[in-house]
Ligand binder design. Sequence first.
Ligand code: ATR
Length: 281
Amino acid sequence: MGNLYGLIGCPVEHSMSPNIHNDAFKDQELDGYYHAFHVEPDCLTESVHALKTLGVRGFNVTIPHKISIIPHLDELDETAKIAGAVNTVVHKDGRLIGYNTDGNGYVTSLKEMVKRPLTEQKILIIGAGGAARGIYFTLTHQGCQHIDLCNRTVAKAEELVHACPFPNTSTSLSLIQAEEQLGSYDIIIQTTAVGLHPNSNLKPLSLKNARSTAVVSDIIYNPIYTALLQEAENLGLTVHTGVGMFVHQAALAFELWTKQKPSVDKMTTIVMDKLGGTTRC
Ligand code: ATR
């Protein structure tokens, strides 16, 4: 009998995770099946208990359960402790172990595009929510010290800088301050929900002061080319889309479950085809 894997979240109906994981099982000739389960917040406890009892081998966790799942798990890996959130659970020897592959998935994808060492880059992160925290802590954990944070609510960016357990020279900025000094950054990373479908004409700030060599990265992948990335392209800047983070976090989760590396290129093609984009990512 095959092994069952899945995703819990709310909503999950439009998730592309089943497409890429089920294709990877086929590709790797593994007898596995991945299903997206719609789990409302008040059903989380019963749902996690049910997945464990029924012997589901592993599952992904998405909004709004990435933090609230923590008390239901038996153990947290260091990646989940760093992020303060879980996006992947491995069911092993009767124990549920929480991991977070978002931060490492993002950084792996960024390194594919930026060939220079990230530790030598001056980085700006836009946003100070859960996604920003995961990326900021992963980058500082990997030795990137020159990272500033800007956010609509500056106090939240400041809190994140203070909470960072790894060496850094970070300062917190307002969006207007960041816009004014944008020319000092090599990499600009957009982590807020601004620009997400259906509000795809919005962007958190203007890139007009960015340096011509800057890389602009947006973790949103629907649409693939957000308003911010379109402005970056129009200015001739280098663009890094959110598809890379999505497929790399999935590939790392797949590897945790099966000990096999799926084809990231194939996962990318599936996502691009479904979103109607080109393979520029
Ligand atoms: P996530 O876990 O996806 O990061 P979150 O924790 O709710 O979500 O964080 C959302 C981020 O998007 C925050 O940085 C938020 O800014 P505030 O801290 O000021 O709320 C940012 N954000 C959301 N809507 C925004 C908007 N309209 N303009 C600018 N920033 C916005």
